[in-house]
Design a binder for this molecule. Structure first.
Ligand code: AMP
Length: 313
């Protein structure tokens, strides 16, 4: 018997970043929301990437994605343009960062056209990029079983209406706590999640950096996933996208029903992939992982929150 393997489409940025941390600097670090997502999800399911790069994008990065099993037939290369570039600086605590520069470059005129073979894919993740592009890609999909979306403060500020329009089609929204406050206008995180669910997404995942992530699900339940206390965080860039890659990658596995208890397991695979991501610059640490290493860390997460039930009555 052959098992049908579902496919997971991701659209988002494919980038060259300039990263500054308190201890090091990397001026040409391959990044982008779709890159991190695809690298992380590739260990769990069949990933199809949609995006655009310019002539300056290094060949080795495309080769790395292919080697990870990612279908890059939806990655357009524009010869007379430059790749999306982002420059960010981390502060001493490594949780806060400042965006110094964003150059959309080839994303400015990008008109995504999904390869025919991608359109019937069962799972879709609209990684962080202009909400207009997220909508364009959603419109070209036939009938995905589950749609996830990630965004950031820039788009909440400058493309709020477009973002709210695409959110109506989303099953799971992932965003960080500051963005949740900005999108909802609520300071309290529980109230923020409730207000966001009213915008469309039935499930909301709020990422809190080194403090882990919270899932507010369609039944109104809350689940908390820890982050792994790490001694050496090298570069947090891409942690959120790797989280989403582990999360969606798990849900898109054969035999996993995307809902209820599996959303909680997905939160842990998300946390696992984010914990690897921050151990290196770019996707250095995500590259060359294997199932046994990932599974070992999954067990570490399980023991992190495993405690004996007790009772006083
Ligand atoms: P994360 O650390 O998970 O929030 O994602 C970092 C990645 O997001 C970097 O590799 C950047 O290239 C990418 N990025 C930064 N700003 C934007 C933006 N406005 N739109 C899309 N991607 C972005």
């Amino acid at each position: 018997m052959t098992v049908h393997k579902p496919h997971l489409v991701v659209v988002g940025s494919v980038a060259i970043d300039w990263i500054i941390t308190p201890r090091a600097e990397r001026p040409e670090s391959v990044g982008g929301s779709a890159t991190f997502f695809a690298m992380a999800a590739s260990y769990l399911s069949q990933v199809r990437l949609v995006g655009v790069v310019g002539r300056d994008f290094p060949d080795y990065a495309v080769a790395d994605l292919k080697a990870a099993g990612v279908d890059v037939s939806g990655l357009e290369v524009v010869q007379d343009g430059l790749t999306f570039r982002w420059k960010g600086q981390y502060h001493e605590n490594m949780n806060d960062r400042t965006t110094l520069e964003t150059h959309l470059n080839v994303f400015e005129k990008f008109q995504p056209r999904l390869p025919e073979a991608f359109r019937g894919s069962e799972y879709l993740f609209l990684a962080n990029i202009q909400p207009r592009l997220q909508s364009d890609v959603f419109a070209q999909m036939q009938r995905p079983r589950l749609v996830g979306l990630d965004t950031m403060n820039l788009w909440i500020s400058i493309a709020n209406d477009d973002l709210k329009a695409v959110l109506k089609n989303v099953d799971v929204l992932t965003l960080n706590d500051e963005e949740a406050r900005q999108l909802s206008g609520e300071h309290n995180i529980v109230k923020a999640a409730r207000a966001i669910r009213a915008l469309g997404p039935r499930n909301v995942v709020i990422k809190r950096g080194e403090y882990g992530a919270l899932l507010f699900d369609a039944d109104g339940e809350v689940f908390s996933a820890p982050a792994l206390p790490l001694e050496d965080v090298v570069d947090p860039t891409g942690a959120g996208d790797s989280f989403a890659g582990g999360f969606m990658g798990y849900l898109a596995r054969p035999g996993v029903e995307p809902g209820g208890a599996s959303l909680r397991t997905a939160m842990i695979y998300g946390s696992v992939m984010a914990s690897f991501c921050v151990e290196g610059f770019s996707y250095d640490r995500l590259k060359g992982l294997d199932a046994a290493t990932i599974q070992k860390r999954f067990e570490t997460f399980a023991s992190l929150t495993n405690f004996a039930r007790a009772s006083l009555t």
